[in-house]
Each structure stands twice: as C-alpha cells, then as structure tokens.
Ligand binder design. Sequence first.
Ligand code: FES
Length: 130
Amino acid sequence: METIRHTRRSFITALIGLPLLLTGLWRFLTPKAAKKPALLRVPIADIPAGGALIFRQERVAVMREGTTFIAMSLVCTHLGCTVAVTPDGMVCPCHGSHFDRAGKVLTGPAERPLARLVVEQVATELVVSG
Ligand code: FES
C-alpha cells in the first residue's frame, strides 16, 4: 500500500511540475523581442474625428478613422522630404508625389507607400512607435 501511494504522489507531482519546468525553460531559452521605444504619446481626446494631428519634429501624422487610430510616417519614400498633409491627402513638396490618407501612392515619383507606425492604446493615450 505504501509503495502505491508514493508512486501516485510522484506521478501527480511530475504531472504538475513538468509543464511548469518546460514553460520556464522555454521562456529562458527564447529571445525576447526588443520593444521599440515610443516616438510619441498622444492623448486620444486630442485626435479629431476624421482629422489628423501632425507632429512636425517627429515627422508623424496620427489620424482617427472611426474608432481606428493610424500613425503614419511623413517621410517621403522617394528621397525623404517631409510630406505635407492636406485635406485631399498628402503631398510631397520636393518632387510632387501624392499619397492618399492611407499612405498609398497616387502619383509618383515615389513608388512605395508611406510607412505605417505601430499604435498601441494605453488607457487614454496612444503610444506610437516605429
Ligand atoms: S522626395 Fe518626395 S517626391 Fe521626391
């Protein structure tokens, strides 16, 4: 009888302990993804519905589309000038590329869309990172 109880206890301990051990080992062995530092912290209440907030120094536009928030780099994908936001979309003053509000190229010479940035909602703020 004693032997059976001891074996059952060992089995249950192993059943519980093995997954915990493997989880800890997995966390230790897998590299952590480096989180990019925040470029901006924006109060959500400051972002106009259907409009955009422009951060010239960071060259970032933060827009609200319904309940969705979008942050976009204003660095032109042609040669790196700062794109201007207009009611009709975005225009590069250097060589005239036009982009829509989603950053898609409407007319060149730019060939690639404007870069989307990572937006994370933290309480009443948006945290924008590259
Ligand atoms: S740098 Fe924007 S179109 Fe050339």
